[in-house]
Ligand binder design. Structure first.
Ligand code: NI
Length: 170
């Protein structure tokens, strides 16, 4: 879902091996206009890159903020200070990352997770997710802990087509 108001603001996506991608991102304590601008810019940047998720460190901001839109009924999900509080089952599937262009990998993830966090106003929010949405959340939370999919992938290979990378890139 693209916002139709406001001016688009697309940020530069930081690429591996930039050190900011390896830091543990900081908790957000102020739910102010700066945070709202960050969230807006992250969504614009994600959609512009045809990604399904983006974490703040990927635009060089080491804060615990993620956006996800896997094209399901949730549309755009914004989460601040996300925390996975339950993980069960297993799934294995391909992932890419906007910070690692041209590569994909098969990554084992929990199938179902419950994730808690806050919205842009600091209100508690929670999602119970499986399959691809769950995978996207786990990938983005990893980013906040300095972890990239290439760290845990069972295999890493060149993305065969640009469309593959765009479709799976987050
Ligand atoms: Ni990523």
């Amino acid at each position: 879902m693209k916002r139709k108001d406001a001016v688009m603001s697309i940020r530069l996506i930081v690429k591996h091996p930039d050190p900011v991608l390896r830091e543990r991102a900081q908790e957000v304590t102020k739910f102010n206009a700066n945070l709202h601008k960050l969230l807006d810019d992250m969504a614009d940047t994600m959609y512009d890159a045809d990604g399904v998720g983006l974490a703040a460190p990927q635009i060089g901001i080491s804060k615990r903020v993620i956006v996800v839109d896997v094209g399901d009924e949730h549309e755009l999900i914004e989460m601040v200070n996300p925390e996975i509080v339950l993980a069960e089952g297993e799934q294995l599937g391909p992932e890419g990352c906007l910070s690692i262009p041209g590569l994909q990998g098969d990554v084992k993830r929990a199938n179902r997770i419950v994730i808690k966090g806050q919205d842009r106003h600091g209100k508690p929010i929670q999602y119970d997710s499986t399959e691809f949405l769950s995978r996207a959340f786990q990938h983005e939370v990893d980013h906040l802990n300095g972890v990239l999919f290439i760290d845990s992938a069972e295999s890493v290979y060149e993305a065969r087509k640009p469309e593959d990378q765009e479709q799976d890139g987050d």
